[in-house]
Design a protein around this ligand. Structure first.
Ligand SMILES: [Zn+2]
Length: 305
């Protein structure tokens, strides 16, 4: 893993899918590559923990260096890779379920005590829900643990709200928030007069890869790590969108507790609210849960383990 100060600018940011080994023989899956200062870097996933990191290309090996190369060449076995938790979940949750809305992970896989909080930041001309985010900070402070929150970030919200975005980064830096950055597309295209099947990422002019990669690039430019999660704008996706996410290595995140839609969370629920000012009733309801000291709040990765 390298620190962000190691690279000044990012060029040729592309999606890839290459398994590698670390020097110790641990499996990693590289899902992006880029060039910085003439060095190649990868965004890699630990397929057992679902966490991402940036690694310089020469620190990873296409054959297992922990094996005795005289006796065997250290090749990968797809059978083994596809049984890792990340690849298994990726293949499972990017299979098109036959409906457009709310595909992907909507509830913890295993029996779980606690809630997962996801906050969508779709493009908006309204200010951020600062009191809500301050409440997350306050709850974290009371419990002496940075509050775990999955923020589904759209590129265009970020660009229009740079000061507020910087404040979120500050809260993260000060260990007050534990943010998992979920990809919410770059433009989050939406037309008020088109049906779901022709709207959002399904709009005919959408360049899916660009929607994903540009948001990641913006995050990386602010020294933030993109995660393995994507939240579809409007929770809408069709089969080609799901297939592209599979190629991008991203696990779709749905919700079984969209608070503004009057869905009530239970243990293991993935709560959905909007932090962009567009759904104040959802935020009001979330505040009630946040003030309940009995509720356990969990980082979104734990919904998969
Ligand atoms: Zn959205």
């Amino acid at each position: 893993m390298v620190s962000f100060s190691a690279f000044a600018s990012i060029n040729y940011y592309q999606k890839i899918f290459i398994p590698f080994y670390t020097k110790k023989g641990e499996l990693r899956i590289a899902i992006r590559q880029f060039l910085s200062n003439k060095n190649v870097y990868f965004l890699v996933v630990d397929p057992y923990q679902y966490v991402t990191s940036i690694v310089k290309a020469d620190q990873l090996y296409p054959r297992n260096p922990a094996k005795d190369s005289d006796r065997e060449p250290g090749y990968f076995a797809w059978e083994k890779i596809k049984e890792t938790p990340y690849i298994k979940d990726l293949l499972h949750f990017t299979a098109y379920p036959g409906y457009l809305e709310n595909a992907g992970l909507t509830h913890a896989i295993k029996k779980t005590k606690g809630f997962f909080l996801t906050v969508d930041m779709c493009p908006s001309i309204k200010p951020i829900e600062k009191d809500f985010f301050r409440q997350l900070v306050a709850v974290g402070k009371n419990r002496k643990i940075p509050f775990p929150v999955a923020i589904a970030m759209s590129g265009l919200w970020m660009l229009n709200h740079m000061r507020e975005f910087t404040w979120l980064l500050q809260m993260q830096k000060e260990n007050k928030l534990n943010i998992t950055w979920v990809n919410h597309s770059f433009s989050h295209m939406y037309f008020k007069d088109l049906p779901s099947g022709k709207n959002f990422l399904l709009f005919f002019q959408t360049d899916l890869e660009n929607e994903i990669l540009t948001t990641e690039l913006l995050l990386l430019n602010h020294k933030q790590l993109p995660s393995v999660f994507v939240r579809f704008p409007g929770l809408i996706a069709d089969k080609p969108v799901m297939q592209t996410m599979q190629h991008c290595g991203l696990i779709p995140l749905g919700s079984d507790a969209w608070l503004d839609r009057d869905q009530h969370p239970k243990d293991g629920s993935i709560i959905l609210v909007h932090g962009n000012g567009n759904e104040p009733i959802g935020i009001e309801k979330a505040m009630v849960y946040l003030k309940n000291t009995h509720i356990i709040w969990l980082p979104i990765e734990k919904a998969l383990h």
